[in-house]
Design a protein around this ligand. Structure first.
Ligand SMILES: O=C(O)C1=C[C@@H](OP(=O)(O)O)[C@@H](O)[C@H](O)C1
Ligand SMILES: C=C(OP(=O)(O)O)C(=O)O
Length: 449
């Protein structure tokens, strides 16, 4: 799909989408719950759907109550001594979090399960599991550290040391799995060089809200599970209600759009959230954005923006919206943490440099630093590179370009924020989407032979 964004002035009010990080964790926690779970604001991104597909394959039943509410009944732990998955294969779609969080959970099963995925996920590194799972009694085969994986448990919770420098998502998965695995004495996961720490706060926060066995967090270096088997089984028996948080990662694009082309009001982003990408507020303030917060939400209006310095090591998903912001700042903005971007849906340091280069924005990559030279932004033909955040970054910057910007393979946004272009339109942006005139001519010619 090709989407054209025209330079636009935004106004009005919009709700941020549901957080896929919050929703996917809620799906894992619901699978591991022994009582019924009601989830409000479940989201409908591809990653949300992948997580729901996985827990269904593992044996959970999901019922839609209304567009805003689903119910999950699991039974996955009904025989804790012999956990069995309903199906012998799960598909994680394109979701890094889902595969890395659910692989340890799937490894609790006594039957062999194949874990696969699609798109960019097949090239993302999973060799962590080749090293760690055998130490926990799990037999694993992989395609030289990539998908597909096949695991056969059951996983045994034991003292272990892991490397947290590539991704926090592996630790999230181990924390979920260890919380239900039988133990007779305290067990510790030691972590070296943990990155993306706030995502672990989100994991622990979801576990707490579900009444799970939450480990003691010793300065993100050691996570100690103290509760023994009989205490773990004594989980909450009443219905668990969980509301998926608004998404600061997708919301960051709306906030930047408001800062460069607004006057808009963004609702549904909790200021007390543990989400890493809440840090976008600090960047907006450092850039002198016109921003005001009240109990109802965040108001942004276009104001002269200045270059800033920012460390995105622990919130790597902010790089794309930060580049859209920095492209509209006077001066050279420096963002730290480029090394965290190599293994996302694209190699984001490079794809941002290349796609924004087409829009006339120069980006230098200097070791772990990205230097973004402020605009003017040119309208151009850019490509999503099959990465949702690249598509949204280009679309956001395009609001202040000197002409129309065409985004190819623009449907990449469906991974996290399927309503993104519609939300821009609701805020008054001129967005043309669907098959355009040239595509329809091509289609006509091929139909006519
Ligand atoms: O746990 C999560 O929900 C996520 C963790 C982050 O990954 P890393 O821990 O690999 O940085 C982030 O980039 C990803 O989009 C979502
Ligand atoms: C990298 C991302 O997600 P994941 O790792 O879960 O695929 C993202 O949403 O930008």
């Amino acid at each position: 799909m090709r989407v054209t964004i025209h330079p636009s002035q935004l106004s009005g009010s919009i709700y941020a989408p549901a957080s896929k990080s919050s929703m996917q964790r809620a799906c894992a926690a619901a699978l591991l719950a022994t009582s019924k779970v009601v989830i409000t604001n479940p989201g409908h991104s591809n990653d949300d759907k992948a997580a729901q597909g996985i827990i269904t394959a593992l044996g959970a039943t999901i019922s839609t109550i209304d567009p805003e509410t689903i119910e999950i009944e699991s039974g996955f732990l009904k025989d804790p001594a012999a956990i069995h998955s309903k199906e012998d294969a799960v598909n994680c779609g394109e979701s890094g979090l889902s595969i890395r969080m659910f692989t340890p959970v799937v490894s609790l099963c006594t039957n062999a399960v194949t874990i696969n995925g699609e798109g960019s996920l097949v090239t993302r590194p999973m060799d962590f599991f080749d090293q760690v799972l055998p130490e926990l009694g799990v037999a694993i085969t992989s395609n030289a550290g990539k998908l597909p994986l096949q695991v056969k448990g059951p996983l045994q919770a034991k003292d272990i040391t892991i490397d947290g420098s590539l991704s926090s998502q592996f630790l999230t998965g181990l924390l979920m799995a260890f919380s239900v695995a039988p133990i007779t004495k305290p067990v510790a996961i030691k972590v070296t060089d943990l990155k993306s720490k706030p995502y672990i706060d989100l994991t622990l926060n979801v576990m707490k809200q579900f009444g799970m066995n939450v480990p003691e967090n010793r300065n993100y270096e050691e996570f100690i599970f103290h509760r023994t088997e009989s205490e773990i089984r004594n989980q909450k028996s009443e219905i668990i209600n969980y509301t998926v948080e608004g998404d600061w990662s997708g919301g960051a694009f709306l906030l930047v759009a408001g800062a460069i082309a607004g006057n808009i009001h963004v609702r549904g982003l909790q200021q007390g959230s543990t989400q890493a990408d809440k840090k976008i507020l600090e960047a907006l303030m450092a850039a002198n954005a016109g921003i005001a917060m009240d109990a109802k939400g965040i108001t942004l209006h276009a104001a002269p923006l200045t270059a800033f310095e920012f460390d995105a090591t622990d919130c790597p998903d902010l790089f794309p919206p930060l580049v859209a912001l920095a492209a509209n700042c006077k001066g050279i903005t420096s963002v730290k943490g480029v090394s965290r971007l190599a293994h996302k849906e694209s190699d984001r340091g490079l794809t941002l440099q290349q796609e924004f280069g087409k829009m006339g924005i120069k980006i230098d990559l200097e070791g772990d630093w990205m230097r973004i030279h402020g605009g003017p932004v040119n309208g151009a033909v850019v490509h999503s590179r099959h990465d949702h955040r690249i598509a949204m970054a280009c679309a956001t910057a395009a609001l202040k370009a000197d002409g129309a910007t065409v985004i190819e393979e623009a449907q990449a946004i469906n991974k996290s924020y399927p309503d993104f272009y519609d939300h821009l339109k609701q805020l008054g942006a001129t967005v043309d989407s669907g098959i355009n005139y040239i595509d329809s001519l091509k289609q006509t010619f091929s139909d006519n032979g």
